[in-house]
Design a protein around this ligand. Structure first.
Ligand code: CA
Length: 514
């Protein structure tokens, strides 16, 4: 049999409502054996810690080429990479809420409907969706969310109503609490009583909250600028308390810890103010995030839970270059808000001592929507993957656990709001539509500034030879068109059976009418 190759190998259909996947029989058997041996040894299902940062770039960590070279050393993240699996093709969506909803539901934005973030109290979010937290809670897991939510402020979309036992954090996004309070960014609001009152009367909660399943969200404290600078510390302490409490119990748990940093605007905790070599607020904040990740891992170690816990470290989208210099580092084209690689390629570190081999790196495709089926498989609960809706995620447990495991995913699909932008297979990416100021935006701010361009002919980029996506390779590589058309037809065809949904943003065209 020919060696495996993502373009030349076939996927296996898993049902009408599931993305087809590669089945690597040997590595799947090895992973199952490893899981069974662990369960026999440890006598409990694994815990899961998702450590999700905000707007941190693919290249910010030292292990991705940044770190001290860009004025912010990241010893903890680099150590996680050395002791675990470093993914170089981990994909989010182009901005916060689409990514977070995709991570929690296992579905692309055109299915969960969050094409863009809800802002300043706009209603709409995860309500009606099934989250991995809900599925794990149904399976007996304790489920805790801490930090940034931003997938719906309306009651039915709040974390304690979509699967979490408890939530301690804010319901929206960092800048919304502070930008209108800061005379540097918004003098015309700060120095106008009428405008300040106008913002204060918008229908969003200006406090961070605490909520328990079955109850209502209760305000903890108003997020003023001085309070904001303390949030990551407060949330770290809350998560440490949760990990310590869980240590004595029988229940496995999911901790979804979403940092405040390093979304604009950053007001570092005084312990970190000016402490990065760059002496810049964004970089100081990265130092704090690195330290917090280290404290959470140390708490797991101290309480004897490290070997029972899978840790996933990532960021919810590419760096936001339109708030430069409060921004981050990517070697790819463009930035947050776009479907160029710079917008959606994010750091992805997996740590699970004894289960995931130390020091592995892989460029295999891993999508945020893969977490839902993967985590359920690791928990021994794969039968709980919903079958009443389309699930885009693929079970990647064997990719993570098997020695030299390969990705089970053939295609990554890029969605720019309700617009299908393109797909990747192997080192090639076909692009039909994308944001662009002009063809020179490779080094420009891009992201939310660009216009939507639909190209006259699909473009093809080789991401190994051309990570900046500036050389259209299509006319020399037409043999690949078949592989991309097959993937595109199957993906877009799934929306005819399972119609798209819009909760936030422009309405998606209904493929049943085209
Ligand atoms: Ca973000």
């Amino acid at each position: 049999m020919a060696a495996f190759d993502p373009i030349g190998s076939r996927t296996v259909a898993l049902g009408e409502h599931r993305e087809p996947a590669f089945v690597h029989a040997e590595q799947a058997a090895a992973a199952r054996e490893k899981l069974a041996a662990r369960l026999a040894r440890r006598k409990r299902r694994p815990n899961i810690l998702i450590f999700l940062m905000d707007d941190v770039g693919w290249g910010d960590f030292g292990c991705y080429g940044g770190g001290i070279a860009v004025g912010a050393p990241t010893p903890t993240f680099d150590r996680i990479a050395r002791n675990g699996l470093q993914l170089t093709s981990c994909y989010s969506e182009p901005s916060c809420s689409p990514s977070r909803a995709t991570l929690l539901t296992g579905r692309v934005p055109n299915r969960h409907g969050l094409h863009r973030p809800p802002m300043y109290g706009e209603p709409g979010g995860l309500q009606g969706e099934i989250t991995v937290a809900q599925l794990l809670a149904d399976a007996g897991y304790a489920t805790q969310a801490v930090g940034k939510w931003h997938v719906g402020e309306n009651v039915a979309s709040q974390p304690h109503n979509v699967g979490f036992d408890d939530f301690y954090g804010f319901l929206s996004v960092s800048d919304m609490y502070t930008e209108w309070r800061d005379p540097h960014f918004f003098p015309e609001i700060v120095y106008s009583e009428a405008r300040t009152d106008w913002v204060k009367n918008m229908p969003f909660n200006r406090c961070f909250v605490h909520a328990k399943k079955g109850g209502e969200a209760e305000s903890v404290e108003e997020v003023t600028i001085p309070v904001l600078s303390l949030l990551d510390e407060k949330w770290c302490q809350y998560s440490i308390g949760f990990i310590e409490r869980m240590a004595g119990g029988d229940r496995p748990w999911l901790l979804y810890h979403c940092s405040r940093g390093a979304h604009f605007d950053n007001y570092p905790h005084e312990r970190f103010l000016g402490k990065s070599p760059a002496r810049h607020p964004y970089k100081d904040t990265l130092l704090e995030l690195d330290e917090i990740a280290g404290r959470l891992i140390e708490t797991l170690r101290r309480t004897g839970q490290l070997e029972d816990t899978l840790i996933f470290v990532s960021s919810d989208n590419g760096p936001h270059m339109e708030t430069w210099p409060d921004s981050a580092f990517t070697p790819f084209r463009c930035a947050k808000g776009s479907t160029w690689e710079g917008g959606v390629r994010v750091p992805g570190l997996m740590l699970w001592p004894g289960m995931i081999e130390a020091g592995r790196q892989s460029d295999g495709l891993f999508d945020f929507n893969d977490l839902l089926p993967t985590l359920l498989e690791l928990a021994g609960e794969s039968a709980r993957v919903p079958d009443d809706r389309y699930i885009d995620g693929i079970d990647q447990s064997s990719f993570l656990l098997a020695p030299e495991g390969l990705s089970n995913r053939k295609y990554h699909y890029y969605w720019l709001g309700p617009t299908f932008s393109g797909l990747r297979c192997g080192e090639y990416k076909m692009v039909l539509s994308a944001t662009s100021d002009d063809d020179g935006d490779a080094a420009g701010p891009g992201g939310f500034t660009g216009v939507l361009q639909r190209f006259a002919y699909a473009r093809l980029y080789n991401l190994y030879l051309d990570p900046k996506e500036t050389h259209n390779y299509m006319t020399r590589k037409l043999a690949y068109v078949e592989a991309f058309q097959t993937g595109m037809r199957a993906h877009l065809g799934s929306f005819k059976r399972y119609p798209p949904k819009t909760v936030m943003g422009l309405k998606a065209p209904d493929p049943r009418r085209s």
